[in-house]
Design a protein around this ligand. Structure first.
Ligand code: ATP
Ligand code: LTN
Length: 332
């Protein structure tokens, strides 16, 4: 039998997932379980590269874990774990840091954006974030990494790090490939549609959280920034409408031509309401399943404990081989 390819991805528990996280990344993870072996992780170590309040972080880690399950990730079929439970990521990170160049890290746009946003805390972890992300992926020798388009640059760096290691120490790591969807790989802010929708946006009207209730979702869409025309069509310069069309297409499966036809002669008000309702209806089952899971802490604990054990088993083999390759003395 042909061996299945391996998928790895992760998300930071920096808050409730947005519609951007959902459409661009997380909702694509469940269907991949049919065709691939999948490993998914809550990247809590990445989250502390910006300041987090400890009690809130702990809550966010658990809720992110439950949300991933509510989005269809099955912790038996796949490996679903919390990054800090599996110390091999930090171990491999160090080796990879020593194979990553300062210049490469300096070019990362996420580092530049986040250091501008948090000028009082430009810490070393924020700078070396991509090496830890490479460690996450390479610890399992993943073939494909499903992410939104904003993570493409980090993935290219992971490939370069893997390649450099392979050249220095002999072929070892699989070079991971990004797996990026066509429609919705970058969902934009509802208030500033030239910026990506982000969990950490301060303006609550800018992003839809996947646990928002229907009224909130519809209200946020009604307030979405558009343009001064009145035509629902996908065109350069119509960033707000293009974004709403992308979202509507992602949740209804309709293509742009049929969306344009559906709203021909109608105003933006009708269109915004339709998008809001479609999104709320689409997210309803996720909200219901989340409420059920988050109430069952014992079950969540069982799942993340087993997930960590399974992840540790695979990644510790990788780390032992890497330690040997770089010239460390074997302990056993
Ligand atoms: P933060 O605001 O804390 O930086 P974030 O909302 O950007 O967080 P991440 O945890 O960095 O989210 O990303 C999780 C996944 O969601 C990644 O695969 C990322 O590419 C994807 N993603 C994030 N924002 C969007 C977006 N607006 N559109 C599409 N995909 C997105
Ligand atoms: N940096 C990612 C989260 C992340 C990740 C990973 C994604 C951490 N480790 C490994 C893919 C593979 C982000 O989405 N901001």
């Amino acid at each position: 039998m042909e061996e299945k390819k391996l998928i790895f991805s992760a998300i930071q528990p920096t808050g409730t997932f947005t519609l951007g996280n959902y459409i661009g990344a997380v909702r694509n993870w469940a269907p991949l379980q049919d065709k691939y072996d999948c490993i998914y992780c809550v990247a809590d170590m990445h989250a502390i590269t910006v300041k987090q309040e400890p009690a809130k972080l702990r809550q966010n880690i658990l809720s992110s874990y439950a949300l991933l399950m509510a989005c269809g990730i099955d912790p038996e079929r796949s490996i679903l774990f919390i990054q800090s439970h599996v110390p091999t990521h930090a171990m491999l990170n160090w080796i990879l840091c020593c194979n990553t160049q300062f210049g490469e890290l300096s070019r990362m746009t996420q580092f530049k954006d986040k250091s501008q946003k948090h000028p009082d805390d430009i810490n070393a972890g924020l700078f070396t974030y991509p090496s830890l992300m490479a460690a996450d992926i390479l610890a399992y020798n993943a073939d494909f990494v499903p992410v939104g388009i904003d993570q493409k640059q980090h993935l290219e760096l992971s490939r370069n790090i893997a390649q450099r290691f392979n050249q220095r120490y002999g072929d070892f790591f699989t070079l991971p490939e990004p797996y990026i969807i066509d429609v919705g790989a970058k969902v934009m802010s509802l208030q500033e549609p030239t910026k990506k929708m982000s969990k950490s946006d301060e303006n609550p009207n800018a992003c839809i959280l996947i646990l928002d209730d229907k009224d909130t979702i519809v209200r946020k869409f009604k307030r979405a920034v558009t343009d001064s025309e009145a035509e629902v069509c996908f065109r350069d310069g119509k960033d707000g409408i293009n974004n709403l069309m992308t979202i509507y297409s992602a949740v209804t499966g309709k293509d742009f031509a049929s969306i344009e036809a559906e709203f021909a002669g109608k105003g933006y008000g009708d269109f915004k309401t339709a998008v809001g309702e479609a999104v709320a209806d689409h997210l309803e089952p996720v909200r219901t399943e989340y409420a059920r899971l988050i109430a069952d802490k014992a079950y969540l604990k069982k799942c993340y404990t087993e997930g960590a054990e399974r992840a540790m088993k695979i990644s510790s083999r990788t780390v032992a081989k890497v330690y040997h390759k770089v010239g460390f003395v074997d302990l056993k």
